[in-house]
Design a protein around this ligand. Structure first.
Ligand SMILES: Cc1cc2nc3c(=O)[nH]c(=O)nc-3n(C[C@H](O)[C@H](O)[C@H](O)COP(=O)(O)OP(=O)(O)OC[C@H]3O[C@@H](n4cnc5c(N)ncnc54)[C@H](O)[C@@H]3O)c2cc1C
Length: 530
């Protein structure tokens, strides 16, 4: 597993490189370290934690991660009447959209560019109204976004908001709900059951925090939204980088790789892209825009492992469009996954049947945007954009260029390029995240049919309950569950709705019925505290 750009503050992998020091200390000399007894015991008592010299903070609800999933959860719970002092968000981030902004920026969606999700997917507004399109129309005094929403996707591409618009909205909502009051900075090390019910979440504060090495948050409820366990390179790319110690010629789209575009500005370059998802479309767009706007002569070779040459799918009603290598789909899944027949159907599927349904609906895909199509067509006609189908056996450095041996249906071909940009994904195994690995080993959590965390329909982590205590999980670590849309803004909100209903049934918060919802919407509109 790789870590992200060294200069970046963001630590996506979440597990950092923190060392666990195992100590056996008497209570008198304990300095807040994890003892061998704690590490080896599945459920702890308060006495064990205190004996290790670890201070205990009691709070009913703890959310781990502090990204968009945690934000959406505490936002919902604030609207459901929970006061800020009853919740803590344990996070290594400075603000909830920090990881998202980092990932989108390096994968070529800066603030001014449009993201993938639709007009109503507003993580800063649980009602989705006014939609992003309406807000943009009012702000910019134009009917264009509303027209686009009306005619999408037949006569125009799907409307999608600009990244910057989303960040501004999140900032406003964070202020409104008092988000920063709930955040505790640090690295979460583990969650263990508390004997008698509930959990201890161990947090390592940032170094230098008054000498405290660990703090235990004791809570009845824990919510986990730790995002992507980390980057995973394809084996041959990993081997190349490790063997050659070369992090310059072969890069991930999720790393800062501005040097590739700078190089192409200075002299003619050949860039090889790997992968057929939206990230590859974005990188391709950046290369094509630079070529067009700066009059460059960049050549692009695009390698697809699975080359899609036309519409595909098992039967007429579920065929997906495709062509020129790409599988086309507006959003990661068909829209009814978020609230239609597919959502209902997925809730009933178990085991292999669920895994097969995921394969059918998901997989690598990208939206079919008109501007990209025109650029690619021009590139194909003039010969500076070429696509290939195949897999790479080996990569080597020759005369300052990366040579990839590509196994194609017609034999092995050597492709030489100045740079290779890997756009194949953030697919590390959940066990590579230290907190999740610990949960699998010590807290009864299991894996779903896709190998991620196994959650119930209401996002309760199966097997990890502790007396009256309940653990919930949402986001990428639970993909493969009963709700495929979980790793999207709208999906995180839908998951939170289930979690909030469950918490309301357990007496932690109020149910958001029609009256509360209407009252709260007006408070949102006028920027008043929930
Ligand atoms: C390039 C890209 C574009 C996307 N575009 C869209 C889009 O247009 N629309 C859409 O709906 N979705 C989109 N998504 C998906 C969206 O980003 C996710 O659904 C969302 O960010 C998930 O939120 P999260 O809180 O689960 O994860 P994150 O936002 O990543 O937050 C989790 C954070 O938890 C922190 N953390 C992890 N472990 C620990 C620990 N041990 N201690 C403390 N903190 C820890 C890390 O900092 C981590 O970043 C996109 C994703 C990517 C990669």
């Amino acid at each position: 597993m790789a870590t992200y750009g060294p200069s970046e503050r963001t630590n996506l992998a979440g597990d950092g490189h923190e060392q666990v020091t195992v100590t056996r200390r008497s209570p008198a000399t304990a300095g807040g370290q994890l003892t061998e007894e704690l590490l080896e015991t599945d459920s702890w008592t308060e006495a064990m934690v205190r004996e290790a010299g670890i201070p205990i903070v009691k709070v009913p609800f703890v959310s781990i991660g502090g990204g968009i999933g945690a934000f959406v959860t505490v936002d919902y719970l604030r609207i459901a009447g929970v006061a800020p002092d009853r919740m803590r968000v344990l996070s290594n981030l400075d603000f909830p959209w920090q990881t998202y902004e980092y990932l989108t920026r390096v994968s070529q969606i800066p603030r001014g560019e449009r993201i993938r999700s639709d007009s109503a997917s507003r993580p800063d507004n649980i009602w989705g109204f006014p939609s992003y399109a309406l807000a943009e129309a009012v702000r910019d005094r134009t009917l264009r976004p509303l027209w686009q929403v009306l005619v999408e996707p037949i006569w125009d591409d799907y409307y999608t908001p600009r990244a910057g618009q989303m960040f501004t909205g999140l900032e406003r909502e964070a202020k409104r709900i008092g988000y920063q009051q709930m955040v505790v900075q640090g690295q979460v090390r583990m969650v263990r059951r508390c004997r008698g019910g509930g959990y201890f979440t161990i947090l390592t504060p940032p170094s230098g925090d008054a000498g405290t090495q660990r703090v235990a948050y004791q809570s009845q409820f824990v919510h986990l939204a730790v995002g992507y366990p980390g980057l995973r390179f394809l084996p041959e790319l990993q081997e190349f980088r490790t063997k050659q110690q070369d992090f310059h010629h072969v890069v991930s789209a999720y790393e800062d790789h501005e040097h590739v575009y700078e190089f192409a500005r200075a002299k003619p370059a050949v860039v090889m892209l790997r992968g057929g998802g939206i990230v590859s479309s974005r990188i391709l767009q950046r290369l094509m825009d630079d070529r067009e706007n700066l009059d460059l002569s960049t050549d692009i070779v695009h390698l697809f492992r699975t080359y899609v040459s036309g519409s595909h799918g098992p039967n007429a009603w579920s065929r997906r469009k495709g062509g020129d290598g790409f599988a086309y789909q507006g959003f990661n899944y068909p829209k009814s996954v978020w609230g239609g027949q597919l959502k209902a159907r997925m809730r009933k599927l178990e085991g292999d049947q669920r895994a097969a349904a995921y394969k059918l609906m998901g997989g690598t895909n990208t939206p079919r945007r008109r501007s990209w199509q025109a650029q690619m067509r021009a590139g194909r006609e003039r010969g500076w954009y070429r696509t290939m189908s195949g897999t790479v056996d080996q990569m080597m450095l020759r005369d300052g260029k990366v040579v990839s041996q590509v196994k194609t249906p017609h034999g092995v071909v050597d492709v030489s390029a100045d740079f290779v940009i890997d756009c194949t994904g953030l697919e590390a195994d959940i066990a590579e995240h230290r907190v999740l690995a610990d949960l699998l080993q010590h807290s009864g959590a299991g894996r779903n049919p896709l190998g991620r965390l196994d959650v119930e329909r209401n996002f309760v982590l199966r097997g990890a309950d502790s007396g009256r205590g309940v653990m919930y999980a949402s986001g990428a670590t639970t993909l493969g569950g009963y709700f495929p849309g979980v790793d999207t803004f709208l999906g995180l909100q839908i998951a939170t709705q289930e979690i909030a209903d469950d918490l309301a049934a357990r007496g932690f918060c109020r149910r958001i019925g029609p009256l509360r919802s209407t009252r709260q919407w007006f408070r949102w509109l006028f920027g008043q505290e929930p």
